[in-house]
Design a protein around this ligand. Structure first.
Ligand code: ADP
Ligand code: MG
Length: 570
């Protein structure tokens, strides 16, 4: 079928009932590109129709060095999605007629550069996946408006965003090179025996709690590494940069209230992602297996062995396979740690602001008043070294409220008016001078991480007559069948398209749930499939609204499904 055929169909269905739009489904050769109508919306108010375009490389013309490795490819695709969105704003007149009539929209990236299914690139073609609100007045097809959208607006958008010759190539290369450098830097951490790196000059604070663009109002203090932590790294594109390297082990971030502790910590936890140019955090990176841990009271827990932290609960409640429908602050924080370790976390990031106090500390006086036998919780301070020594897991902890932690820290970074200083020596001296009288309570070893085997029957995505109904309700919640998964406290989830993909990945993961594979093995298999075959494995249709996520977040979602049922690994 050709563009002329497409026009004929539009002409034929003009002014007919909306359902006649279904006749458009199929693929059409538009000369410079192929148009695919993958799915037609049921009515003008429904989510707009799924449309795809493939342009031959002979016409799109992207030089090979814009995508010759994975890093560059992901950054280029991210760039194309952003250009498409901008061009659509410019060339599409937008809503006209009933409901979503007239819209042309593509997935919306934020400050992070993520692999997404909204655009693709290969030696053969450039591809964009987006949505179009097929126009109607009332419920009658507006064929004229549709013709304008497909024959005037869309070609303009495509020309401005998917034709290399029309792009600002300086900007494009900068996008690609910065992202490639960030990947390189993150890869280097391991050899440098670091868990994180924060570049000199980085801008860490954000515009507001709900706006993740960089802070520009008022005085903004660029990051400047303490001399003793400063290292130099030579990046493939930007050349040599300097910044603060955070070594493995236990790192405390201390300092007075409002001096920037949480801001630094938040930048670190999002250092698992690459950021766009001018974000300020382009060269702030952490170990890719870094997990933000926090208290999350109210969450459900399914047979997690939290005994390294909590034992001897009242009435003999089991903590080697601890379950609850309504966790407390401390039990939820313990479970969040154990679940993260179960699926391969290597660095834990914690903030006193979002931690349970009784999970973090138990001082001398409290030990005197409430004996160990009467306190189920072994505080984190007594486990933090074992985590490192027994399991090789590092911790970065922002804490301004307890100097007891000086005893267990490898390095202490103090923020004073947003500037970091190396206070390790001072903290050691103080720890020597004022001996903490508290008794260590953590025993000799961290304890065993018990792997769990999730059972497929506990995942039911059906709702009413629909066999599979999985839908994303904003960034932090997924409706899986009739159950809502609350991801409100899963802080390293940054984009709703990740949430989308995770929803479908849960369902996909059940393919591996054979009653013997552990959650860790299942996650590994799912992530391997995605690595090898792309995010499209998660869907029957070519979806345009997936973004890549980590196995750690997939596990977090599964762990928060309220119907989850597991057995112990045999
Ligand atoms: P803390 O955790 O130590 O109490 P925060 O990290 O919450 O402090 O920071 C307090 C405020 O200071 C926040 O509003 C934050 O945006 C701002 N801020 C943080 N870092 C900087 C910086 N480098 N320059 C300017 N303002 C900053
Ligand atoms: Mg804080």
């Amino acid at each position: 079928m050709t563009a002329a055929d497409f026009r004929k169909i539009l002409h034929r269905i003009d002014r007919r009932g909306y359902k006649a739009y279904k006749d458009l489904k199929g693929e059409y050769d538009f000369g410079e590109y192929i148009l695919f109508i993958d799915h037609v919306q049921g009515d003008p108010f429904a989510t707009p129709s799924r449309v795809r375009v493939k342009i031959l490389q002979a016409i799109a013309g992207f030089p090979l060095d814009t995508y010759h490795n994975k890093s560059r490819e992901v950054a280029l695709r991210d760039f194309l999605t952003r250009r498409f969105a901008e061009s659509s704003k410019r060339f599409c007149r937008g809503r006209r007629g009933t409901g979503n009539s007239g819209i042309i929209s593509i997935d919306r990236p934020g400050q992070e550069i993520l692999e997404r299914t909204s655009s693709f690139i290969s030696r053969d073609y450039a591809e964009a996946r987006f949505r179009m609100g097929l126009p109607a007045f009332g419920r009658k097809i507006d064929g004229k408006a549709a013709a304008i959208m497909f024959f005037e607006e869309l070609p303009q958008i495509l020309k401005a965003s998917l034709f290399y010759r029309n792009l600002d190539d300086k900007k494009l290369y900068r996008h690609i090179e910065i992202s490639e450098d960030a990947d390189f830097l993150r890869d280097r951490l391991k050899n440098l025996r670091l868990v994180a790196f924060v570049a000199d000059g980085a801008i860490l604070p954000r515009a507001s709690g709900v706006d993740s663009r960089p802070l520009t109002k008022g005085r903004v203090v660029p990051f400047e590494s303490p001399e003793s932590f400063r290292i130099e790294v030579t990046l493939p594109n930007m050349g040599a940069i300097t910044g603060m390297g955070i070594p493995r082990g236990v790192t405390l971030i201390v300092g007075g209230g409002y001096h920037g502790k949480s801001t630094l910590l938040n930048a670190l936890e999002l250092g698992v992602y690459n950021h766009i140019p001018e974000d300020g955090r382009e060269f702030v990176v952490v170990d890719p297996y870094t997990v933000k841990i926090r208290a999350e009271d109210g969450r459900r827990i399914e047979k997690v062995n939290i005994s390294p932290f909590i034992a001897n609960l009242p009435f003999g409640k089991d903590t080697q396979a601890f379950s609850t429908e309504d966790a407390s602050g401390s039990t939820s924080q313990a479970a969040n740690i154990i679940e993260a370790l179960e699926v391969g976390a290597r660095v834990l990031v914690m903030d006193e602001d979002t931690s349970a106090t009784n999970f973090m500390i138990r001082d001398h006086r409290m030990q005197e008043l409430v004996s160990k036998e009467k306190e189920p919780i072994t505080p984190f301070i007594d486990k933090i070294r074992q985590l490192n020594e027994n399991l090789g897991v590092s911790t970065i902890l922002a804490i301004g409220g307890s100097g007891d932690y000086f005893d267990v820290a490898d390095q202490v970074i103090c923020l004073v008016e947003y500037r970091p200083y190396d206070y390790t020596k001072q903290a050691c001296a103080i720890a020597d001078k004022y001996k903490a009288e508290r008794m260590p309570e953590g025993g000799e070893y961290f304890g065993r991480i018990t792997e769990r085997v999730p059972l497929a029957h506990s995942f039911d995505p059906s709702k009413g007559r629909k066999e599979v109904k999985i839908s994303t309700k904003g960034l932090k919640s997924i409706d899986f069948g009739t159950h809502r998964i609350d991801l409100g406290d899963v802080e390293q989830l940054v984009n709703v398209s990740q949430t989308n993909a995770i929803g479908d990945a849960i369902q996909y993961a059940t393919n591996y749930m054979d009653g013997t594979q552990t959650l860790r093995e299942i996650i590994k298999n799912v992530m391997k499939d995605i690595m090898e075959k792309g995010l499209d494995v998660l869907s029957y249709n070519p979806a345009g609204e997936y973004a890549v996520f980590r196995g750690l977040e997939l596990a977090a979602a599964i762990n928060r499904l309220r119907t989850l049922s597991v057995i112990k690994k045999v």
